[in-house]
Design a protein around this ligand. Structure first.
Ligand SMILES: *Cc1c(COP(=O)(O)O)cnc(C)c1O
Length: 441
């Protein structure tokens, strides 16, 4: 990770002054890779630092959405088979296109449903599939995004398993991060059959070591599943190589496929013979789907976990937005992402610490996803003040401002601008004119 090493190295600190200046940031943007891709996006505010919640529209995503709308107009129902690509195959085609971002075989990846629904079907599927001697407990952590727990608890309940007993929650030591060794220590083969962890914690941005967690789970006869919502499109994955059993993600964050865009899932090929818990005709073997047999014959691959008709307009923009990511290259995206978050951490140390901000994100680049959590006792009102100045970030209770320099459309000078504004807001107490209220997101 040479690209960002200079921002972290203490030896560089004494020469750091120039790096807090605009000339430096501007120069880095001039020479930075990916800088030209920003023109392909249409960004609503001056500074959009919220791409880990909802990515902005690109001309590429709009083009493939418009294509589907034109096909609807021109082909009507024939679009299912005559459109290019045929709507009927959207789930599989998009799965093929996403596979390289996941380090998976094409048939192991499909898009369909929403993330929450995919958690329901995959947790349900693998709870049913566990051997008779394997405990049907699921291991999660206390800093998870809530929907994951809601879905898992519901799946446990539906199997007559008390969620309070069967959902095992790894605790955080500091309220920000979860130690991998604590996850591993909680993998008790007498209690746990499935470990389900995020790749990146949504609040602090901690990146987990998927390989180590998967390996430790398998050593104990436990299945390993992951929620990649905050890493797909910004962190490369190698799910097949490291033998992950299953995974889910959404496409509206770093993949920029639009609000409520179709989600995706991965099932390792060794599980292709397992019956999906939430079956539907869209997961039927495609060759015979329209024979409309009452008996369900699952597709031979991850496609079997699709449920109902693919929502064409929620899927179409993903074709264009994946193209953009592929053009940039996921390795280059990760490298620039780390350079940007590293620069933000440097500026936070130099200028924000003295203004009451703490950094909630791990310093080690190998443990950092694509966003940075800045903590402040006035976080809620400060984020409102930022919004009012055309800078979009988000607030996560009780005290976190998430700043996401998404590398496809955010540059170094943008990062510096955000820090300038934060300093000004705190120095002038500009946040005092706002009220605290818990935001609904
Ligand atoms: C964003 C996110 C989700 C979203 O789920 P939806 O079903 O798309 O609403 C789920 N899990 C995590 C960890 C997320 O970050």
């Amino acid at each position: 990770m040479d690209s960002n090493a200079d921002d972290d190295a203490p030896a560089e600190r004494h020469t750091s002054d120039h790096r807090t200046g605009h000339e430096y940031a501007h120069k880095r943007d001039d020479t930075a890779p990916l800088a030209t891709l920003r023109d392909r996006f249409d960004i609503p505010d001056e500074l959009y630092m919220d791409g880990n919640s909802l990515g902005p529209i690109s001309e590429d995503a709009k083009r493939t959405l418009d294509r589907a709308i034109d096909q609807w107009r021109e082909l009507g129902i024939q679009g299912w088979t005559e459109a290019e690509p045929p709507w009927f195959w959207y789930g599989e085609r998009l799965g093929d296109e996403l596979a390289p971002l996941l380090g998976a075989r094409e048939e192991e990846v499909v898009v369909g449903n929403s993330t929450t629904v995919n958690i329901h079907t995959l947790i349900g599927t693998f709870l049913d599939h566990l051997g008779p001697d394997v405990p049907r407990g699921v291991l999660v952590n206390e800093l998870d995004f809530p929907t994951d727990h809601y879905a898992i608890r519901a799946q446990l309940r539906q199997r007559g398993l008390d969620p309070d007993e069967h959902l095992h929650v790894v605790e955080s030591r500091d309220g920000r991060t979860v130690e991998t060794e604590d996850v591993v220590a909680a993998m008790d083969e007498h209690d746990v059959g499935i470990a389900f962890m995020p790749s990146v914690l949504y609040r602090s941005g901690q990146l987990f070591d998927l390989e180590r967690i998967t390996e430790a789970a398998h050593e104990r006869g436990i299945l390993a599943g992951f929620d990649l919502a905050h890493s797909i499109g910004v962190v490369p994955h190698k799910l097949s190589d490291i033998d992950v059993d299953f995974a889910v993600w959404c496409s509206y964050k770093y993949l920029n496929a639009g609000p409520g865009a179709i989600a995706g899932l991965y099932v390792d090929e060794r599980h292709f013979d397992v019956t999906p818990a939430l079956s539907g005709w869209w997961g039927h073997d495609k060759e015979t789907q329209f024979e409309l047999n009452l008996e369900f014959t699952p597709a031979d691959g991850a496609g079997a976990w699709q449920i109902g008709t693919v929502p064409v307009f929620s899927a179409a923009p993903l074709f264009g937005s994946i193209e953009l990511v592929r053009e940039a290259g996921i390795e280059a995206i990760r490298e620039k992402s780390l350079a940007l978050t590293s620069y933000l951490l440097f500026l936070a140390d130099e200028r924000l610490a003295e203004r009451g901000f703490a950094v909630g994100t791990p310093r080690d680049p190998d443990r950092r996803g694509g966003h940075v959590a800045l903590e402040h006792s006035e976080a809620e009102r400060i984020s409102q003040a930022l919004r009012n100045r055309g800078i979009i970030v988000d607030f996560r209770p009780p005290n976190v401002i998430r700043v996401c320099p998404a590398p496809l459309y955010v540059g170094f000078e943008d990062v510096l601008d955000v820090v300038d504004e934060l300093c000004e807001i705190v120095d002038e107490k500009a946040y005092e004119q706002y009220e605290t209220k818990s935001e609904v997101t």
